[in-house]
Design a protein around this ligand. Structure first.
Ligand SMILES: *[C@@H]1O[C@H](CO)[C@@H](O)[C@H](O)[C@H]1NC(C)=O
Ligand SMILES: *[C@@H]1O[C@H](CO)[C@@H](O)[C@H](O)[C@H]1NC(C)=O
Length: 227
């Protein structure tokens, strides 16, 4: 019974359709065509916007990752550029206030205690490295120019300053200032003794001799850079 009714309905709609004129057919077809074009355009636009959004975020994330991984390198590079620019723009050999000139190099004696690592960081911020001591003359200059900071224990041998010297093997030392091996040294006669096997950094004592000292100890430090 239900099927018959449907058949009848279809029949009647067929009859209706036959009654529609040619004009109407064209108009309907035109409308449909227009809708299709509009729909296609809208979809294309949406796809484009979606695609651009995806590309935007993907690129953003990628750049962020690149930046994070290159962050340290970039900071180092920027410091180098800053330092080299300063060096290039310098006409006369001289040192900034608070730095001592000796043979075309500037030295800063910093009377604040830091670990060796932190001390090196502080020197870097001023385009310098921890000091490299190349010969007895330079050692004498440093010893006298460094003065006798108040906290030195008078009358007793005592570490005062960090240098850039570090142990690379049992009795092989290297200046981190330029990566060269230590050829001249002024270790105290009882040094280096490497107490507890952790004394891997070179310090200068209040008599101008050197000591191997634990790198996490806190001492004053000397920064050095080209004048
Ligand atoms: C460099 O030194 C000369 C002579 O001492 C001086 O006349 C000149 O002003 C100095 N230049 C700078 C940039 O300090
Ligand atoms: C320094 O390092 C040694 C060995 O790792 C450790 O025993 C000592 O407590 C450290 N000292 C300081 C002041 O951090």
């Amino acid at each position: 019974m239900a099927c018959t009714e449907m058949y009848e309905m279809e029949n009647s709609s067929d009859e209706l359709r036959e009654e529609i004129g040619n004009d109407n057919k064209i108009r309907l077809w035109g409308k449909r065509w227009f809708k299709t074009v509009l729909f296609t355009l809208a979809m294309s636009l949406l796809s484009a916007v979606f695609l651009l959004t995806v590309i935007h975020f993907a690129t953003g994330v990628q750049l962020q990752q690149q930046f994070d991984s290159q962050g340290t390198k970039l900071a180092v590079l920027l410091t180098q550029i800053k330092c080299n620019t300063k060096l290039l723009s310098k006409e006369n050999i001289s040192c900034e206030d608070g730095w001592e000139l000796y043979k075309k190099h500037c030295y800063k004696f910093v009377e604040e205690t830091e670990t060796r690592e932190k001390a090196q960081e502080k020197c870097s911020e001023e385009c310098a490295c921890l000091v490299k001591i190349e010969n007895a003359d330079e050692n004498s200059f440093i010893y006298s120019a460094g003065g006798l900071p108040d906290t030195r224990v008078i009358g007793k041998l005592h570490e005062v300053y960090w240098t850039s010297g570090i142990r690379i093997k049992k009795n092989n030392w290297l200046w981190t200032a330029d990566g060269k091996l230590v050829t001249y040294d002024n270790f105290n006669s009882i040094e280096p003794n490497n107490i507890n096997g952790i004394e891997n950094c070179i310090s200068m004592s209040n008599d101008g001799t050197w000591n191997d000292y634990r790198c996490n100890g806190t001492l004053y430090y000397i920064c050095e850079k080209q004048a």
